[in-house]
Design a protein. Structure first.
Length: 289
């Protein structure tokens, strides 16, 4: 099956690597040629390093790299059996994109969104054939994180979730079927996790580094909440919180934070922009609030 991936940012590039390694021909599309170049160079170099470390053979790494076709032209999706979207977390933009995708792809092509929080039903509603629409939600970094949430919408045809589950499992992932609700499992549980950590900071209970340290060293989390929000990106993370809060009819449990909103507005997205809660600028001591 040929797979189309839209968006070559953190998630799209990671998903493209996963499916290329699994043996699929992959068309990776982005509106930004610069983002595409960066993504393809990163994937090629990651696969090369994996081969050098003996995690895969040099031939397999080369073959996976050769299966990856970067493009800015939607027409290249004409032979796709599955398209996964990983663009900006905005409902209107995603809906508009799928209207364009449907014009190009075959009638039986499965359409999927990697959205973290938006209603799958509402994205599907923009499609001519919403019964072939489903959520396939990977975690960052996609090549390393085993969990994938599979989210059928109310419109999704019977049987599609199982087909997709089997496909994703074949890529070496651990899929879990989840109902189409705001934030699904992980991003719903994560909202109070981030929100409470920010409130601890705002109330001066402890500084960021201490909170992160407590949760990693003593709480067993791989990353503390501030380091994790910086890793995910405040553009993504803030929008997800806002979307979950709105979707739960402004339930205060999910209320976004002004502290994070200011980072988002300033363009302090975290690692990707060089500054978030911490400062990642070259030469800056780490961690530095
Ligand atoms: P990103 O900002 O790293 O990448 C988005 C890419 O999409 C950019 O390269 C941009 O040029 C491209 N793009 C935007 N609009 C486009 C359009 N109309 N057509 C073609 N390309 C377009 O974002 P990231 O972090 O990869 O997130 C993408 C999606 O995945 C979002 O829906 C997000 O909620 C979700 N997600 C993000 C996770 C994270 O930890 N960052 C984890 C799981 C899901």
């Amino acid at each position: 099956m040929t797979i189309g991936i839209i968006g070559s940012g953190a998630m799209g590039a990671g998903i493209a690597q996963v499916v290329a390694v699994a043996g699929h021909e992959v068309y990776l599309l982005d509106q930004s040629a610069t983002a595409l170049e960066k993504a393809t160079a990163n994937i090629a170099s990651t696969l090369r390093k994996l081969a050098e470390k003996g995690k895969m053979t040099a031939e397999a790494a080369q073959a996976a790299t050769a299966r990856l076709h970067p493009t800015t032209v939607m027409q290249d999706f004409v032979g796709c059996g599955l398209v996964i979207e990983a663009i900006v977390e905005e409902l209107g933009v995603k809906q508009q994109l799928f209207r364009q995708v449907e014009v190009v792809v075959p009638a039986d092509c499965i359409l999927a969104s990697n959205t973290s929080s938006l209603s799958i039903a509402s994205i599907a509603s923009a499609c001519q054939r919403p019964e072939r629409f489903i959520g396939i939600h990977f975690f960052n970094p996609a090549p390393l994180m085993a969990l994938v949430e599979i989210i059928p919408a109310v419109q999704t045809r019977a049987g599609l979730a199982e087909e997709v589950r089997a496909l994703v499992q074949g890529w070496g992932k651990l899929p879990v079927l989840v109902k189409d609700t705001p934030g699904f499992i992980v991003n719903r549980v994560a909202r109070p996790f981030y929100g409470e950590a920010i409130r601890l900071l705002e109330e001066g209970v402890a500084d960021m580094a201490t909170i992160d340290w407590v949760l990693t060293e003593l709480g067993g989390f791989r990353m503390g909440p501030f380091a994790l929000m910086d890793f995910i990106g405040h553009d993504v993370n803030y929008r997800v919180t806002e979307s979950v809060f709105t979707a739960f009819f402004f339930d205060p449990r999910f209320k976004p934070s002004f502290t994070q909103k200011r980072l988002f507005e300033a363009g302090y997205y975290g690692r990707k922009s060089g500054r978030g809660f911490y400062n990642y600028a070259e030469g800056a001591a780490m961690p530095e609030p």
